[in-house]
Design a binder for this molecule. Structure first.
Ligand SMILES: [Zn+2]
Length: 354
């Protein structure tokens, strides 16, 4: 038996009653009150640390008990066990385990969930979105960083033709729509692909390798790998996973379009994406009858160039800081913005030996 206050749900008047719980029936007795309810139909309070216990009755009335300990003891002794949720809430071990579990879940979401989501989102996005993003990104790069190429038109044409011959040797249908553009500017010897298939190569890169067509075909093959796998769009989706899902669901890509140039300027491809693009460079080179070893030469030349740049830059560091552009801050998606590591160079060496 427990003493509690009964409210009939119509008036604010509290009436003292005694409660008993026998055989799954809650009996409420008091002055002029005699009520019975099936215990299952009652909305029982959870055992919390603070506040009175309030049980809601099926007829709209309620029971209230300020003596929390008495209520809990009565509930337990009457065979009203607690739900596992409440027991878990009361246990610090459970609480800690839940927090840890949630952290692991969030970590897994970030590591696997977001990339997975990005892939799904890319697959659901029409290619015209890639193209629109690529166009606006090139426009903003042209306004801020890049200048027109100073390479002779016939040299540009020869390089495009060499790459065209290489891609023509690939299986039909495996070559995505693409376009090779030449630019000069502060990127140094570099090349990058934009979503939609625009591949930009700098004059400085052509000069660094003395116009060696085999090397340039290899570099463009790498960039074509990024285009084929739609790495640019995936990168954007991963950077803004939530907004990306909204874009795909709502079919409104304007937010993505607006943010794309900035994001593409800051982010860089994952190592996996670079590996895929390197593998594609090997495919293109081999299809054209060229040795993947040219990429080893390329990375060595880029590294040597980087070293001489740093030495030159140290003598004139103030000017460098004044002209801080993508060459210094690094256009993350460009091929020469990160030094090639041993693994990458070994990959091309081994591909050449095979
Ligand atoms: Zn790359």
């Amino acid at each position: 038996m427990l003493t509690a206050e009964y409210f009939d749900g119509r008036s604010a008047r509290a009436r003292v009653v005694t409660l008993s719980l026998v055989g799954g029936v809650l009996a409420i007795r008091g002055d002029g009150i005699s009520l019975s309810f099936v215990a299952r139909d009652v909305e029982w309070p959870e055992r919390m640390r603070h506040g009175p216990r309030i049980a809601r009755l099926p007829d709209g009335g309620s029971l209230q008990c300020r003596d929390v300990q008495a209520w809990d003891a009565w509930a337990l002794s009457s065979g009203r066990g607690e739900s596992w949720v409440v027991r878990a809430q009361q246990s610090w071990r459970w609480a800690l385990a839940s927090v840890l579990g949630l952290s692991v879940l969030l970590g897994a979401m970030y590591v696997w969930g977001v990339p997975w989501l990005a892939r799904v989102a890319v697959a659901a996005t029409p290619l015209s979105v890639d193209e629109a993003i690529g166009e606006s990104a090139l426009q903003s790069l042209d306004q801020q960083w890049l200048q027109p190429s100073k390479l002779p038109a016939d040299q540009q044409q020869r390089l495009r033709a060499a790459f065209g011959r290489a891609t023509a040797a690939l299986p039909p249908g495996s070559v995505p729509t693409h376009r090779v553009e030449f630019r000069s500017g502060p990127l140094g010897p570099n090349a990058f692909a934009l979503p939609g298939g625009t591949m930009v190569m700098t004059d400085a890169l052509v000069e660094l390798v003395q116009g060696d067509e085999a090397v340039l075909v290899g570099v463009l093959g790498h960039e074509l790998g990024h285009v084929q796998q739609r790495h640019g769009l995936r990168l954007l989706f991963q950077a803004g996973a939530i907004a990306a899902v909204a874009s795909v669901v709502l079919g409104d890509f304007s937010t993505l379009l607006a943010g794309a140039p900035v994001l593409l300027g800051q982010a860089s491809y994952s190592r996996d994406a670079e590996r895929e693009a390197d593998a594609h460079a090997v495919t293109v080179l081999k299809a054209a009858g060229l040795s993947p070893a040219v990429m080893v030469t390329f990375f060595e030349k880029v590294a040597a160039h980087g070293r001489s740049e740093r030495q030159g830059g140290a003598a004139d560091s103030k000017t460098d800081r004044d002209h801080e552009g993508p060459a210094r801050s690094g256009l993350g998606i460009a091929i020469a913005s990160h030094p090639a590591d041993e693994e990458r160079i070994r990959f091309f060496r081994e591909a050449a030996a095979r």
